[in-house]
Ligand binder design. Structure first.
Ligand code: KG4
Ligand code: ZN
Length: 339
């Protein structure tokens, strides 16, 4: 059972061929970072135009690498939201054209659901699928930060979410303040390895009580800005490393401790992470360590499936295919689609 999947929700153009929901036969990703870098963030208009240029070659590359042709595909899956509307339109139009011409089902996939299903792709497949549910997923990306109770395929309850900035957004903003460039997450991750995480006592942004699973990252972002201002001169490289390490430690601990608390409160035995920020080396290590200490199972997605990619969309689409959860050719891209 082969699914061709397409992902164009933000600034990565990707297509993948996924077999039986777990085996990734190809997953080329064309990143547009170099075109957005000089603006310090993603320019939606540029992203949409680049997707138009890249979509056909990337689909062909995915088919070639999997050693198949359009005729071998059983269904075509595509991210239809949430994301940048101009970017989403490109992928959805391409998928519709393929579904129509090949007379195969079209499967619209929620991008957030795709991130969760990155955990089920084969290179990480540690648990039999029957034992997988329920699990909690800390979904951390450039636009979202949430704790999701995954009760079964396509069955989600959002336990908490950020009230202001997403975790990835905070990484990107702190990187900008430190003059590191874009995207900030990987750059902070790298720099933090050389810094002292205990050098600056940034406060953990905890929300207690009824909203204990909610997050807030605007405060720590401001704390970093204020700290940089207080230095009253250009930040030197040692200071940058210490700021990166101290900021990252507080964010990672806050994310993971809330995930663990939710698992214990809900009596759920398996926790997982997903989304671009789950590529963070400290988050991956700390989530595994805390899960081990609490005798919980931890699912950490393979590094290459954390940031935006089409394989995760193909993974999620497989279970929709099995439920015959197909989309009509009138499928509309939705910028603010919720889980
Ligand atoms: O999931 P993703 O690729 O796109 C969205 O759906 O938003 O996530 C992108 C976010 C960016 O904010 C980026 O800085 C962050 O993920 N990110 C990281 C790392 N790699 C990517 N954040 C922290 N550490 C990383 N290693
Ligand atoms: Zn994403």
């Amino acid at each position: 059972m082969l699914i061709l999947a397409i992902e164009t929700s933000c600034d990565e153009t990707s297509a993948a061929v996924v077999k039986d929901g777990v085996e990734v036969l190809s997953n080329p990703i064309a990143t547009q970072t170099e075109f957005h870098q000089k603006y310090g963030g993603i320019v939606p208009e540029i992203a949409a135009r680049k997707h138009v240029e890249l979509i056909s070659p990337i689909i062909q590359e995915a088919l070639d690498k999997a050693n198949i042709t359009f005729k071998d595909i059983d269904a075509v899956a595509v991210t239809y939201g949430p994301g940048l509307i101009g970017s989403l339109i490109v992928g959805v139009c391409a998928a519709k054209a393929i579904a129509w011409t090949q007379k195969i089902p079209l499967i619209g996939v929620n991008h957030l659901e795709g991130h969760i299903y990155a955990n089920l792709l084969i290179s990480n497949f540690q648990f039999p699928i029957s034992n997988l549910f329920p699990f909690l997923c800390l979904l951390v990306s450039g636009g979202h930060t949430m704790i999701v109770h995954v009760k079964g395929h396509g069955n989600y309850e959002t336990l908490g979410r950020t009230r202001d900035d997403a975790a990835g957004e905070a990484f990107d903003k702190v990187a900008r303040v430190l003059g590191l460039g874009y995207p900030g997450g990987p750059l902070i991750d790298k720099l933090a390895k050389e810094g002292n995480p205990n050098s600056i006592p940034f406060k953990h942004p905890m929300i207690e009580g009824e909203y204990a699973y909610d997050f807030s990252f605007s405060g720590i972002k401001t704390a970093v800005v204020n700290h940089v201002k207080s230095l009253q001169s250009t930040v030197n490289s040692v200071q940058k490393k210490n700021i990166a390490a101290s900021f990252q430690k507080v964010v990672v601990e806050t994310l993971v401790e809330k995930l663990i608390k939710a698992a214990k409160d809900k009596n759920v035995q398996t926790v997982s992470i997903a989304g671009g920020v789950s590529a963070n080396s400290e988050l991956r290590e700390y989530a595994q360590k805390r899960a081990d200490e609490e005798k919980l199972k931890a699912m950490i997605p393979p590094f290459e499936y954390c940031t935006d990619n089409a394989a995760m969309i193909g993974g999620a689409a497989y279970y929709k295919f099995k439920r015959k959860d197909f989309s009509p050719l009138s499928l509309k891209p939705l910028a603010s689609l919720r889980l």
